[in-house]
Design a protein around this ligand. Structure first.
Ligand code: SF4
Ligand code: SF4
Length: 495
């Protein structure tokens, strides 16, 4: 266990007393040149980095009007100040969303507003200095881009988008984040963020087929690179090996098998994750998305379905068509893309799938809305489907389901604390502290309702909770994926 204090879980949510700069030491490792360069960034801090930073900021505010609107529109009403899990968990005032925005806003004002040019002190404008850059690197990597603050902002200011712009500026001047950029590089090189080559993936899937056959007596297939399959499944690569993720992949396979839908994974696009989002780089996001298009064309599939991964779904739902479309070669009867929960829900509604809820009777389950699904996407054809569809699946597969406090769910859900490119051990203290508000809500249902398991549909949430639960004295095996519940309860009667 690392050396920092795990926050105590209060009985009711509490707004902490300010502890200025308490998290100023928290900074992720900087990417080395060999990680930076394949992504189109300079290897290290360029000589004239101050100028590059100012110019890049100018470029981004022109390209993405939202960035400029968000930087101009804040009236300092304070509604967002107590809404960020990192502020609630760390007490550092720079983790208040408005203060985080101001780190960038102060530089924007200095160079791009008249008042900032002539009266910088009066309008809180600052020169671009090394001290400012260090602050950016620390605090813009203390934002998981979860968008909770934007739900409460009367102007809809999205701090996530400001953080993405700041990260893109930093990457462009040679100060990228090791964790996210290394992962993007691996996806370009090998197809997934684990660096798992095709033959190793084929072995893993073969092993999975044997395990499932041993368990169910049914030969469920986990196909790779199968031309002519109906569905291309794009899943987070964590699904290939780690628990509880792999239990979800087992579930997807059972759903397709029972419904008689042919499907395949692709060794070329074997990664749902798209960390281009986290670093604010639409170009890197486009390149990762494009692999999915290429794989779909190469394999001749008719549908693209995404597995349980929150930010992958955000990118897919919100950007896939723009970045890698048009997908006019796919079957127009299905949305592009589709979420695996939509597929399973639809099959359940049509009576194609049946569940035996008693298979999950050893669990009392609660459901955590993953922020990227909740606040940056939708699911199905009715508003709010991203909330109702996964819950309907949990209720259809479990007899015992309990909700956490509504203030912490749906579009007000708290981030797990590890999203937005922060799921790295160099940020463990931040992750543990940022998880506090979710842990507090969980504690209530554990103590009052006997909840034993927390279900969700995000690979990052699953990994983050597995890591931080022991800090809060909960077992790592409390985490389940929705398709793990589906996998346990699905009635398999087709050979
Ligand atoms: S987007 Fe999320 S993590 Fe970032 S400041 Fe807002 S609430 Fe905090
Ligand atoms: S809620 Fe919006 S307008 Fe108010 S301080 Fe926060 S960002 Fe500014």
């Amino acid at each position: 266990m690392a050396k920092f204090e795990t926050p105590a879980l209060p009985e009711i949510p509490v707004i902490p007393k300010l502890q200025p700069d308490i998290m100023s030491h928290s900074s992720p490792y900087v990417a080395k040149p060999e990680i930076q360069e394949p992504l189109g960034y300079p290897g290290e801090l360029v000589d004239n980095w101050e100028q590059v930073a100012i110019e890049k900021l100018g470029e981004l505010k022109g390209k993405y009007r939202s960035v400029q609107v968000f930087l101009d529109a804040c009236v300092k009403c304070g509604a967002c100040t107590d809404k960020c899990h990192y502020y609630l968990g760390t007490a550092d005032p720079k983790n208040m969303p408005v203060a985080r925005q101001d780190l960038l806003r102060s530089v924007y004002r200095r160079y791009y507003t008249l008042a900032g040019k002539w009266f910088p002190k009066l309008v809180g404008a600052r020169d671009m200095t090394k001290e400012v850059l260090d602050e950016w690197y620390s605090y813009f990597y203390q934002c998981s881009e979860c968008r909770r603050c934007s739900v409460f902002c009367p102007y809809g200011i999205d701090t996530a988008e400001i953080a993405m712009a700041a990260r893109e500026v930093m990457g462009s001047l040679g100060q990228g984040q090791k964790y996210s950029n290394e992962i993007i590089g691996k996806v370009f090189k090998v197809g997934n963020n684990l660096g798992l080559p095709g033959p190793a993936l084929a072995d893993t899937l073969e092993g999975l087929e044997e395990d499932v056959e041993e368990d169910t007596g049914i030969k469920v297939r986990y196909p790779l690179d199968e031309k002519g399959a109906e569905v291309l499944l794009v899943s987070p690569s964590a699904d290939f090996f780690a628990e509880p993720h792999v239990d979800g992949l087992i579930g997807y396979g059972k759903v397709f098998h029972q419904a008689g839908i042919s499907w395949t994974l692709s060794s070329y696009a074997s990664e749902g994750a798209n960390f281009g989002l986290f670093i604010g780089s639409y170009e890197n996001m486009r390149q990762v998305s494009y692999r999915v298009r290429e794989a779909a064309l190469e394999l001749g599939v008719k549908r693209i379905v995404y597995g349980e991964c929150g930010h992958a779904w955000r990118v897919a739902y919100s950007f896939l068509n723009t970045l890698a479309g048009p997908f006019d070669f796919l079957d127009p009867r299905y949305p592009v893309p589709q979420h695996i929960c939509e597929v399973t829900y639809d099959l359940m509604k049509r009576g194609v799938l049946k569940f035996d809820k008693s298979a999950n009777d050893d669990m009392v389950v609660t459901y955590h809305d993953s922020c990227n699904v909740a606040r940056a996407s939708r699911m199905g054809d009715t508003p709010g489907g991203q909330f109702t569809i996964p819950r309907e699946l949990v209720k259809a597969t479990c007899n015992h389901f309990v909700e956490m406090s509504p203030d912490t769910l749906y579009d007000a859900t708290f981030c797990c604390g590890g999203g937005g490119g922060l799921l790295t051990d160099d940020l463990l203290e931040l992750r543990v502290k940022g998880a506090m508000p979710r842990m507090q809500a969980l504690k209530e249902v554990v103590e009052n309702d006997g909840v034993t398991h927390l279900a969700n549909i995000c690979a990052i949430c699953k990994s983050q909770f597995t890591k931080v639960f022991p800090y809060y004295k909960y077992g790592m095996d409390m985490i389940v994926g929705v398709h793990q519940l589906v996998s346990n309860a699905i009635v398999m009667d087709k050979q």
